[in-house]
Design a protein around this ligand. Sequence first.
Ligand SMILES: Cc1ncc(C[n+]2csc(CCOP(=O)(O)OP(=O)(O)O)c2C)c(N)n1
Ligand SMILES: [Mg+2]
Length: 559
Amino acid sequence: MKAHEGIVELFENEGVDTVFSLASEEIIPILSEIQDNRGDGIRVVHCRHEQGAAAMADGYSRADDGIGVCIVGRGPAIAQTGTALQGANNYGSDVLYLVPETRLTATHDGKGFQQEAFLRSMAGEVESIRSPDVLLSALADVFRRIRAGDGPIAVQVPIDVLESDLSETSILEEYATPGTGRQDARTHPDETKLEEALDAYLDSDATKAPIIVAGRGAVRANAKAEIEQLAERMNAYLVTTLQANGYFSDHPYSLGFAGDLGTGLANEYLSETGFVLALGCSLNHHTVDKGHLLSEDANVVHVDTEPTNIGRYTDVDVGIVGDAKITAEAFREQLESFGIDRSGEFWTDRVRRRIEDSSPTTDRAFEDRPGTVDPRELIGALDDALPDDRLVYSDVGHFCGWVFDGLTIDPTDRLTWLVDFLALGQGLPVGIGAALAEDDRTCIVFCGDGGLMMSLPELDTAARHDVPMIVVVMNDDALGAEYHMGKTRGYSGSVGKIRAPDFEELAIDMGAEAHTVRSVDDVEAIEAELTAELNGPVVVDCRVNPEVRHRTMGEMSID
Ligand SMILES: Cc1ncc(C[n+]2csc(CCOP(=O)(O)OP(=O)(O)O)c2C)c(N)n1
Ligand SMILES: [Mg+2]
């Protein structure tokens, strides 16, 4: 058996059903084996740029329990993927990158560069398999490690090893134990750590309402009831991260989401509190707005199942490795056993009225621009017109503010904001990968005109592969973030003014369905098409008034 045949057989054994690629000389044998000799077991998605292939593999893994697989060429090909690799690394995605390496016998390689150092730096982990004898066993081991939660791993194989004959085909039976899945063992918090957390709580300023911040980990742990019971006893206010936005929306003391794009009340009370209990969230730069939202006097207890997440972005007083649901319950039981009950102290009518009266919207008036729609009205119309069962992937840019203020998104893993590396242009390819993994929900990508231009070639990929998805372009004919940041900092804003092309025409040329929207009526007119079964990508180019500035612009930095 040839090495490339063995690799494909191993992929099949491991349950791989999709690989994301852009053909290059050294990977022709593997791709041909998949496409020409193996029936329909594995689909090859042919991307237009290696960055797209890497980002799609990331999106695929985020939407599904499976491992995203990306196969691209060596040297310049893999070098094009840097931003996507770092994004997946920061998020800890389950991605395997298979990359050829210069021949072991080569004395010179025109495509040579410090590939291993690059992969180590961007992807995080690299395995270099330099003998055919261990090729399949080492590769099977990489699958196992990714499933065990090691995050993305890049595998390098020299071209001559890829061309070699494998002596032991039985190796597959010996090593491939596919489909073991990730362990779902719930993590119980350490008793001593719980006591430290109690001390931190009792030592904090008792005149201020404590805050519980819940993130995606709390949503995944299904911790809502336990957190609300704990909150009642502490009389804490409930805050979420952006990704868990809406988790406590039916609770009278839920303040919304905290962070640089956060709601006013969540940020106000978080920055004043003396005690924060963070459950299942990373406390990243967005959630605490680079630390501005935490007072120096606040005692912070951080609970997460991943030990490396604790204190990664924010210094904390007590770190507890634990499941959000189990830890919330254990903390409440501890309060109970000490007879600590603050019910009624902070859950007052005054605060409840403030919450009821608050609105996350920007209510200023801005100069009208004919032929464009106010993004605040647009997002309301899109919220009504887009399918309800939605999986939203958002690129970065000024436009995000409108999306997070106005779009209803179920917090159970249905919003992914691609800020892991704060990289523009990842929304579309990650969304394509997710749409290919997702069977039930409609994948909707929100991006700006700048982000779409950065990833535009992949619209062609989505059209060629009939990827069912909706791409909403919040098109302000500008790099709006730069335009507004420039203006609020006293510059003219001219550096952000870069005109956008006609996306409807471009998208149709590439084989997608497309519409241009300049008013709320235009959105209503296409509602039936947006909610019908999709047979490929639908692009909605929304011409938004570039002058309407989100309330957070000027205070926040997307860079
Ligand atoms: C790879 C990368 N390049 C540049 C930036 C800086 N940046 C952040 S948002 C933005 C503007 C995005 O423009 P657009 O997609 O049109 O969204 P808008 O801000 O106009 O809503 C830029 C240039 C970045 N974050 N990442
Ligand atoms: Mg723009």
